[in-house]
Design a protein around this ligand. Structure first.
Ligand SMILES: CC(C)(COP(=O)(O)OP(=O)(O)OC[C@H]1O[C@@H](n2cnc3c(N)ncnc32)[C@H](O)[C@@H]1OP(=O)(O)O)[C@@H](O)C(=O)NCCC(=O)NCCS
Length: 184
């Protein structure tokens, strides 16, 4: 039975080039090798690159459990269609009429439009839900690729959130971020 509140997003979805599915603990080694251990990838993220596989397995298991409970935050792993190796991840956190997006890709897959391709159906799904009025994301002011992805996914730049997020790869101080949203 579905929980009350906004419906649960599709656990599996496909785009022209990508297949998205929930993670499981067994994905840890592949996710570690693909992007989660790369400090260049985590540079502007709220988490530091993993140095061991085991804590990542714990995190992925938690992601899987959240799908089972149905309340999110919801995390998908992205694979190129027809392959099984994860190339990145997208996430959706639904709270109080708002849906927040997150996204990360392995470096060798940057600049091919994959992040935009993965986020576009999630934006469409979110805004189509009667209980969701706002789809939003934020990123570091110094992360132009991410700003561009938000725009290409149909979100509109709203403001700078000063001292909003700590990026532990860069240091302990919260950094300024740009917030973008699509509303109805
Ligand atoms: C941000 C990220 C997900 C983008 O993924 P991607 O698949 O390369 O994104 P897309 O190819 O869909 O779009 C990237 C856009 O940014 C542009 N771009 C990339 N690097 C750029 C740079 N240094 N300066 C300006 N624009 C840049 C690209 O040209 C493209 O825009 P265009 O299609 O108009 O040419 C990827 O770089 C990543 O995983 N980074 C590390 C994790 C991260 O920062 N996640 C975001 C957290 S908020």
């Amino acid at each position: 039975m579905n929980p009350p509140g906004p419906s649960r997003p599709p656990a599996i979805f496909v785009t022209a080039r990508l297949a998205a599915r929930p993670p499981c603990a067994d994905d840890a080694e592949a996710v570690f090798a693909s992007y989660a251990s790369d400090p260049e990838v985590t540079r502007y993220l709220s988490w530091r690159a993993y140095v061991r596989v085991q804590p990542l397995a714990v995190f992925l298991q938690e992601c899987a459990a959240r799908w089972e409970k149905g309340f999110g935050p919801f995390t998908w792993l992205l694979c190129l269609k027809g392959t099984t190796a994860p190339i990145g991840s997208v996430g959706l956190t639904i709270e109080g009429g708002r849906a927040m997006l997150g996204y990360v890709l392995a470096k060798k897959f940057w600049r091919h439009g994959f992040a935009t391709e993965a986020l576009t159906p999630l934006v469409a799904w979110s805004i189509a839900q009667p209980q969701i009025w706002r789809v939003w994301a934020f990123c570091d002011v110094e992360n132009p690729a991410s700003i561009r992805v938000m725009e290409k996914a149909g979100l509109v730049r709203e403001a700078v959130l000063r001292r909003w997020q700590v990026c532990p790869t860069l240091g302990p101080e919260p950094r300024d971020c740009i917030i973008c949203a699509k509303v109805k």
